[in-house]
Each structure stands twice: as structure tokens, then as C-alpha cells.
Design a protein around this ligand. Structure first.
Ligand SMILES: [Zn+2]
Length: 508
């Protein structure tokens, strides 16, 4: 009979990781193993994996009744990450191993039947939490890529149980070491899609403004006009993620076991319109991030916007406003960051492609019904509205020829976006999409625009208060792209153009 101080571990819940302590008590009596402390599913199966791993590595599995207690008892525990700490607790309680400095160390990892350590989801969340708590974290070698993003952590990776035990004993152990900084997997240099888009200057200009000011954008036009290609090329205009943003994004991906092979790359998510509400904003038995969170610091592209369920689209409003997706269930309440840019696209009528060839045969009421699936409040939150008309074949051929000889405009545009962003951050600490309150009022007061002109614009375009402020934000971005400190009438007029589509009547 033997008990010892606990072994510590972590459990990721949402983007937090809680400390768990694991005690093992070996009581006399019939052989058997009981795990107590709100252990669910995979944790209970841990018993069999741990037993095999210990036996296959030359250790004894205790003969008496093994009781494993996971504390705190009120926190539901799931997942496979407790295998390693449970194995260590058993080895310690049965006097087979001595773990140095275990008060300040946390262990996490799934065990294979032969003792190999397998990766777990949410390792980045755990590594950050352990680091904040000034603890060392021992984790599976296969989680190295994610763990290496934690710059100032005391992390140790191990390939399997037996090497880790050798390491404890002060012996030479293969593969037990600190994670190495990973070289980001060099993505094959792809030809930028931006360059391949012929014409569509208005849409391209809209994308440039959206990129520079962090604005949301919707494109309206017939199938085949290039809306999808434009949306995909959008991330080419954006600067790569800085270290802090990379880490935030990687933490979200790591929580569901998704690995990003290039951490600096701007996320691009394009869920199909059949997506469920839970998959869009997050949810599930265990809190899981949705598409909005996976698009954090990047782009959420919704093609064929009116085909999404109206209820799902309505759920986007709050994340767009607040930059957070809050998921509340009976068992938990978690919040995932989701500062994404929404790029949406839609056709003029429900039939789309078939109407394109022979002219639209959808009745006005059908068209109306189709468009009204996208609610006014959602449209109101999308800053830029741009038309993407179909180009005439002759014109297209001519432009194609010109385009072949022209130099790639992308490097210059990227530069422009970057310096416009820098100007905003330096001036107001945020991008123009978030400009509000006194900072926005000051821009309006300083603008070089006559009262008369403004009044005319408000009346002619029936601007709501929300629209009015959005137009000023867009105008501010246009001024930043022109490297102007004051918003001009021309900036304001151009901004108005980005919100001038009449949703009921225009045939776009
Ligand atoms: Zn039609």
C-alpha cells in the first residue's frame, strides 16, 4: 500500500486550460482499476491503454485495487491527454519510479499500447497555461510544431514513456528535449490569383479598400463574373500575420487538432452554404470553435450568401460587432476570438447560372424573396457593396492581351495596404473599421466637406445613422490610401459609391 503526492496535468476547455491533479492509491483486495472524478468516455478507456503501455515497457501493473482520483471533482474530464499522468501516478504509487521536481511539472499525452506518446488536441492552450503558471510541461513529441510557438515556456517533449523514465533517472534519453523552433513549411510559391483577374477595376478597388481599412465587403454579380476568384485573391493583399496573431490563430486551430503548416499565413475559410449554425459559430458537446473563430485574423468567405440559412446568417451579427463568439451550453460557457473580415458574394437571382444564358426568367417576387434571405441588419453591417458585372468577350480578350505584358501590380498594392494600415494604427490605435466615438467625430469635424454637400448626400441616399458612420470610415480609408491627413469631398463621394446599390430595384 502506497500513496504519494499528486501528478499534475492540464485539460483544455475552449481556449483555457485548467490544472488537474491526479492521485493514485493502491488498496489491497481484488485486482482492478477505478477512475473517479467525473471522468468521461475516453478517460475511462485510459485504464486499458495505460495497463498495456506499462506492461509492454517492462513495468509491473499493481496487483491490488488501483484507484485513480482526478481533481477537482466538479470539472468534467474528457479526452485522452491524462494517459501519461495516470501512468506516472501508478508507477510512482507502486514505487517503480521517482519523478524529479514533480511539484512544478505538468504532464499531458495519450499513450499507445506500446508506450508511444500520441498527440492531443489543444496542446497550445495547455502550453500557454502552464507557462503562465510557471510550470514545466511534458508533452508528446508529435505536438512539437504547435508547442514551439510558445517562446518563453519551459517545455519538454518526449517520444514515448520509456525514454521519459530514462530521462527521470538521469540517463541518456533519446528525443527528450525542448521543442525546436520549426521552420515554416515553405508553401509552394503559387502564382498570385490577383494578377489573373482581368478587368473588374471597381471590385478590385473595393478589395483594396477592404484590405486597407479592415472593412467587410459583399460582391454582387452574375455567375462566372469572377467573384470567387476575387475573394480568394483578397488575402494576397493582406500583410502576413505577426507573432502575436499567429499564436492566437494557432491556439484556436490546435484546440481541435488542426495544424497550420504556415503560421504566418492569413486564414481563409469558405464554408459551404449548407453549414449548420453550430459549425458556423461554434458549439458541440465539448466547446469547439466554429468557422468564425477559424477565420480569426483572416477572411470568412461566404459564397452564394442567400443560400445560407437565415438563422445561421443572423448568428453572424454579434461576432461581427464584438469580435467574439460566445458559446453557452448547460455544461460550459466559452468565448472564442473571431476578428475576421467577411467577404460575401451573391448572384442577382435565385436561378443563377441557368438564367445567365437565356436572360432571367425568375419573377420579381422570386428575386425579391431570394434577396430578402439576407437580412437588412446583416447587409447594413457589411461596409462595402460592389458590383461585379460580366465582361464583354471582346473587351475581355483585349484586356487579357494587355494584362499579359503588364507587370504584376500586387507588390505595389500590398505596400499601399501596409502603409495605409500603419498610418491608421499610428493615428488611432485601430483600423478604420473600428473607428468610433470621439476619434470618428474628430475626423468628421476636420473633413474638408461643405455642409450643403453633406445634407444633399444624406437626403439623396436615405442614409441611416449606421450607414452614415460607415461611409465616413470608408472615406477615412480612402484618404489613408491617398496618404491624406484630412478626408476630402472626393473621398466621401467615392465612399458613397460603395453603398449606393438599391437592393430592391437594381438588377446587378
Ligand atoms: Zn433568374
Amino acid at each position: 500500500m502506497h500513496t504519494e503526492g499528486p501528478i499534475f496535468s492540464r485539460i483544455p476547455i475552449g481556449l483555457n486550460a485548467h490544472c488537474i491533479s491526479i492521485e493514485c492509491h493502491i488498496a489491497p483486495g481484488l485486482p482492478g482499476t477505478t477512475i473517479v472524478g467525473l471522468a468521461e468516455g475516453a478517460v475511462k478507456e485510459s485504464r486499458d491503454r495505460v495497463k498495456s503501455a506499462l506492461r509492454n515497457n517492462g513495468f509491473n501493473y499493481p496487483n491490488g485495487h488501483v484507484i485513480i482520483n482526478l481533481a477537482p471533482g466538479n470539472l468534467a474530464k474528457s479526452g485522452t491527454g491524462f494517459d501519461l499522468p495516470i501512468a506516472l501516478a501508478i508507477l510512482q504509487a507502486s514505487g517503480q519510479v521517482n519523478i524529479p521536481n514533480k511539484e512544478n511539472t505538468e504532464f499531458i499525452g495519450e499513450l499507445g499500447l506500446f508506450g508511444e506518446l500520441r498527440p492531443i488536441n489543444g496542446i497550445l492552450t495547455c502550453a500557454l497555461a502552464s507557462t503562465r503558471a510557471n510550470k514545466r510541461l511534458v508533452l508528446p513529441a508529435q505536438n512539437e510544431a504547435d508547442a514551439s510557438l510558445v517562446k518563453d515556456g519551459d517545455l519538454l517533449i518526449a517520444p514515448n514513456l520509456s525514454e521519459l523514465i530514462k530521462y527521470f533517472g538521469g540517463h541518456e534519453a533519446t528525443g527528450v528535449r525542448a521543442p525546436k523552433q520549426q521552420k515554416s513549411a515553405a508553401c509552394p510559391v503559387k502564382q498570385t490569383t490577383y494578377r489573373q483577374i482581368i478587368g473588374q477595376l471597381n471590385a478590385k478597388n473595393g478589395l483594396l479598400v477592404a484590405a486597407a481599412g479592415g472593412h467587410h465587403l459583399i460582391m454582387l454579380g452574375p455567375p462566372g463574373a469572377g467573384k470567387t476568384m476575387l475573394a480568394r485573391s483578397f488575402i494576397d493583399l493582406l500583410p502576413t500575420l505577426n507573432d502575436q496573431a499567429s499564436l492566437e490563430v494557432a491556439t484556436i486551430y490546435s484546440s481541435i487538432g488542426l495544424e497550420r503548416n504556415d503560421h504566418a499565413k492569413v486564414p481563409f475559410r469558405d464554408p459551404h452554404h449548407s453549414i449548420s449554425s453550430a459549425a458556423m459559430v461554434g458549439g458541440g458537446q465539448q466547446p469547439q470553435p466554429g468557422e468564425v473563430a477559424l477565420a480569426h485574423k483572416g477572411v470568412l468567405f461566404l459564397d452564394e450568401l442567400p443560400h445560407f440559412k437565415p438563422a445561421t446568417l443572423d448568428l453572424l451579427r454579434e461576432p461581427i460587432e464584438t469580435g467574439h463568439a460566445v458559446i453557452a451550453r448547460a455544461k460550459y460557457r466559452v468565448s472564442f476570438p473571431c476578428e475576421f473580415q467577411l467577404i460575401a458574394a451573391m448572384n442577382p437571382c435565385p436561378a443563377g447560372r441557368s438564367c445567365k444564358e437565356d436572360g432571367c426568367r425568375c419573377g420579381p417576387s422570386q428575386v425579391q424573396k431570394y434577396r430578402s434571405r439576407v437580412s437588412g441588419p446583416l447587409l447594413d453591417r457589411i461596409d462595402l457593396h460592389v458590383q461585379v458585372p460580366e465582361l464583354d468577350q471582346l473587351l475581355l480578350a483585349k484586356l487579357q492581351k494587355q494584362n499579359a505584358n503588364a507587370e504584376d501590380p500586387l507588390p505595389r498594392l500590398k505596400e499601399k495596404v501596409k502603409s495605409a494600415m500603419d498610418a491608421q494604427l499610428q493615428r488611432q490605435g485601430c483600423l478604420n473599421v473600428k473607428l468610433s466615438g470621439s476619434a470618428l467625430d474628430a475626423e468628421i469635424a476636420n473633413a474638408n466637406i461643405s455642409e450643403k454637400f453633406l445634407h444633399r448626400a444624406i437626403e439623396q441616399f436615405h442614409l441611416s445613422a449606421r450607414s452614415y458612420h460607415k461611409i465616413w470610415r470608408i472615406a477615412r480609408t480612402l484618404a489613408d490610401l491617398d496618404e491624406q491627413s484630412i478626408i476630402s469631398e472626393a473621398n466621401f463621394m467615392q465612399a458613397l459609391n460603395f453603398r449606393s446599390i438599391n437592393w430592391e430595384a437594381d438588377s446587378f
